[in-house]
Structures are given as C-alpha cells and as structure tokens.
Design a protein around this ligand. Structure first.
Ligand SMILES: Nc1nc2c(ncn2[C@@H]2O[C@H](COP(=O)(O)OP(=O)(O)OP(=O)(O)O)[C@@H](O)[C@H]2O)c(=O)[nH]1
Ligand SMILES: [Mg+2]
Ligand SMILES: [Zn+2]
Length: 292
C-alpha cells in the first residue's frame, strides 16, 4: 500500500493511506540501514499491521523536495513567519531560510504576524523584502487580521509554517483552519518563545490542502555556497548582475559596482545587503576551509 507520513514519534510513523485511514508503522531495517530518515510529508510504501503483526514502512518514494529545517518533504510552499514584535525578528534567520527554500526549489512567502503589537515595525519589515521575490503579508492571528487573505493564498497547497519560536505559527494555523493546536507564551523578560510545538504534524484542511505546523528554531546553518554564487540567491541584485566593472564582482566594495550604486540609490533595502555581506563573509571563510 502507499500513503503519506503525517508524523513520527518514538520510532513510529503515522501514515495515511488513500482512503484516509491512518496506520501506525515501524521503519524496516533496510530504511534505517541506508540512513534515509523518513520525513513528514514523505510518500511511502508500507505493509499494514495484521492481527498481532506490526505494520512496516518499506520504502520512501522519490521526493519532489525536502528541507532540513523544518524537516519536511514534498511541500508546495513554505510560509515563513516572523512577528512585528515579541519576539524581535531575526532577519538573518529569515534570509537563511529563504536561501534554503530557494535551493530546495520550494516556493516561499513571508507572513509578518502580531501586527496588532507594532504596525510600523511590520511595515518596515515588509519594505525590507520588496524586490526579494516573495509574497509578503501582514497578519494578526489574535485579531483575525489578514487571515482570510492568507487562507486564499494557501488554498489547495501542502504548506509548512516555519520560523522562530513564539512568532505565532500555531496561532495562525488555528485561526486559519479553526484548529486547536497548542500555543505557548513568549517569556516577558527575554522575549523568546518557549518551544511549544515539539514536532512536525501534517494536517488535512478544507479545500484539499494540507498544513504542517513545525517547531520553532533559531539556528540554521546555510548549506555551503561557493562565494561567487551567494549573490544568485538575492533577487534584488539580478538587474545589476554582470554589469559591474569586475567579473566576478562580490559587490562588497569593489570599484564601479552596480549593486553598490543601486544600494546607495535606495533600490533595495540596506538590511538585505548587510545580510548578503554577512553570509558572503561566512561562505568565503568556509569555502577556504572546505577540505579541512
Ligand atoms: N499580540 C499577539 N499575540 C499573538 C499573535 N499570534 C500569536 N500570539 C501569541 O504569541 C505566543 C506564541 O504563539 P504560538 O502560536 O505558540 O507561537 P509558535 O510560533 O507556534 O511557537 P513555537 O511552537 O514555540 O515554535 C502566544 O502567547 C500567542 O497567544 C498575534 O497576532 N498578536
Ligand atoms: Mg507552535
Ligand atoms: Zn558588483
């Protein structure tokens, strides 16, 4: 039989077949041997439980795509979530997630939640991503703002929510689909989420789509990228690529650099440029040491 993994806990995988029945399965030694970790969203072949006999997950079918963080497979869209305030946005984390999604050929969008707390901050975040090649939407899960519009955008898609802990991923999913997922508090002093959601869980929703709530995270290692290719992950630079005096140009202070000129003319946000420089610097270092 074939099905799709909804979640995995304590060595068991919960797999839904075509009729909607959910099976509890263990992974066969063969899968464990090839060190291929089954992911939520994986399409699999399995042998259902019979009487006293356990059910077994036998084969992971080829993936359309997969991500490490959140760890999921076969999604149509990743909904990156940040908060206008509390917790403060970790822009570099969002930019790293954008690169990971683009590399995995997964469509990404950004939802700026908690607009009710600080509308100006939300608008400032939105401006930062103009030209970044993604849809950006403002929302408040608390007030229901932006929820209907977001729901339309997500209709029929298998979509995963990802981002820092405490930004309101589970709250948004609850508001979108009238669910009752567990929601945590943001601690007052350090303004950090409490890692309320502990595992990925795929849920079927009205309209034929599926939503995946995922645990918040704050660290993300970007895959090694050759330094001269880092700029390819910043769509803001595309109109200027190849027009600088030097080739390749890292757009990091070389003379007659069209990207730097465009930055100074305000064609895209300085914060995005700063995040580019930060990732570029990291990649130069890692590239140099790549055989160590
Ligand atoms: N003011 C305000 N608070 C919100 C909003 N959305 C969520 N919250 C609050 O933010 C806190 C964290 O929400 P969660 O939905 O648990 O956040 P999460 O992103 O799922 O966090 P993890 O599961 O830890 O990754 C809760 O106290 C929510 O009530 C919003 O739009 N406005
Ligand atoms: Mg959550
Ligand atoms: Zn340049």
């Amino acid at each position: 039989m074939t099905g799709i993994i909804l979640r995995g806990i304590g060595g068991f995988y919960y797999v839904m077949d075509e009729t909607g029945t959910v099976h509890q399965l263990r992974a066969q030694a063969k899968i464990r041997r090839v060190k291929l970790t089954p992911l939520v969203g994986d399409r699999v072949e399995f042998e259902p439980a019979r009487g006293e006999m356990d059910g077994w997950l036998k084969e992971i079918l080829p993936r359309d795509n997969s991500l490490v963080r959140p760890s999921v497979a076969n999604i149509d869209l990743i909904v990156l979530v940040c908060a206008a305030a509390s917790p403060k946005i970790d822009s570099l984390l969002i930019d790293r997630m954008l690169i990971s999604a683009r590399k995995a050929k997964i469509d990404a969008m950004l939802v700026i939640n908690k607009c009710d707390l600080d509308r100006d901050a939300a608008e400032a975040i939105k401006r930062r991503y103009r030209g970044a090649g993604i849809d950006v939407m403002l929302a408040s899960a608390e007030r229901g703002e932006g929820v209907e519009e977001l729901k339309k955008r997500l209709l029929g898609l298998t979509h995963a929510f990802g981002g820092q802990s405490g930004v309101g991923k589970s709250s948004l999913i609850n508001a979108l689909y009238s669910l009752d997922l567990m929601v945590g508090r943001v601690s007052d002093k350090i303004e950090r989420g409490k890692h309320t959601t502990r595992r990925c869980e795929l849920i079927s929703v009205e309209g034929g789509g599926r939503v995946l709530d995922t645990p918040g995270f704050s660290l993300l290692e970007t895959d090694l990228i050759e330094p001269r290719e880092v700029s390819l992950w910043y769509p803001e630079f595309f109109p200027y690529e190849g027009k600088c005096r030097f080739s390749p140009c890292y757009h990091a202070g070389e003379p007659d650099c069209c990207v730097k000129d465009a930055l100074n003319e305000g064609k895209f946000s300085r914060e995005r440029y700063d995040s580019y420089i930060e990732i570029l610097t990291e990649m130069k270092e890692r590239w140099k040491n790549r055989y160590d």
